[in-house]
Design a binder for this molecule. Sequence first.
Ligand code: DAH
Length: 361
Amino acid sequence: MQDLDRLKSELVASIEAADTLEALEALRVSVLGKKGRVSLMMRELGGMAPEERKTAGQALNLVKDAVAAAIDIRNAALSSAALDARLAAEAIDVSLPVRPETEARLHPLSRTIEEVVAIFAEMGFSVAEGPDIESDYYNFTALNIPEEHPARQEHDTFYLSPDSDGRRKVLRTHTSPVQIRTMEAAEPPIRIIVPGRTYRSDHDATHSPMFHQCEGLVIGDGIHMGHLKGCLIDFCRAFFGVDDLPVRFRPSYFPFTEPSAEVDIGCTRDGGGLKIGMGDDWLEILGSGMVNPRVLANCGYDPEKYQGFAFGMGIERIAMLKYGIPDLRTFYDSDLRWMRHYGFLPFDAPSVHAGLAGGGV
Ligand code: DAH
């Protein structure tokens, strides 16, 4: 009995001292496992006289129960400590600032598109898309630019090899074909913008063979030139962050609008640099007009019933003006030093409320 008491305190002490779950399990096997110390002693009971077996059996059971209970307690303590350690090791403090060494930057073109989308979203526009490879019909004909129209030459179109039917697809020269695709697929009222890539065979300091435009289209009942002006004046002022920015509508010509107007914003070149805002000079930034009734009819709309306005702008151009980027070609150089200078922190998403001024980094 003496021996069993000692054995019990010895075993319980070593269990309490086990410092890992693995060590505890090894101890359990060595005591209570099939060939464990206590199990072997149990087996020896078989050779004893009945009286002796009873007392020894009871005493041994006490040892076994005490050991099992100690193991349970230690197991619970070690498991909870292990969980605490894991939670501490895996903890992420989401309130920490982004590491200063973060190199990633959002390209100013992506940023500019996000800003344009944010402004028009606020006015109830949604974003539409269309394919970069277009048919002649959508890129030209449906937009009232027939085969022999001089506007076709001005577009420096990239033509693909002829299809089996002899027709040549084009890389879209503007985002305007998405006007047609949208009108074919939906009924008025329509209020969309179309930011996207466009292509022209032209390459110099102010032209790139691939560039970006954003188209806009509003169609409804009773839409007039006043809507066009209000919408575009608001856009220009919000985009450039100048509340009293002068905006001028200058008569122009586009085959798909009638009447057409180019939109200029005020600026000054006093003191060498260009400053957008009140001044004595103008910068052209947009093409616009009332959708030509022929275009409406091409899409199956009754021009007597519906009217609309459309506009188109070059994303590179408005980005260069807003962010003072002097050379168009640098947009596509993938120069990391340039990105560090002109790029934006990726989590700094623009919104009309949070501010669109875009301080850069
Ligand atoms: N598609 C014209 C271009 O690429 C831009 C444009 C002008 C779009 C007037 C329009 C518009 O929707 O109404 O030069």
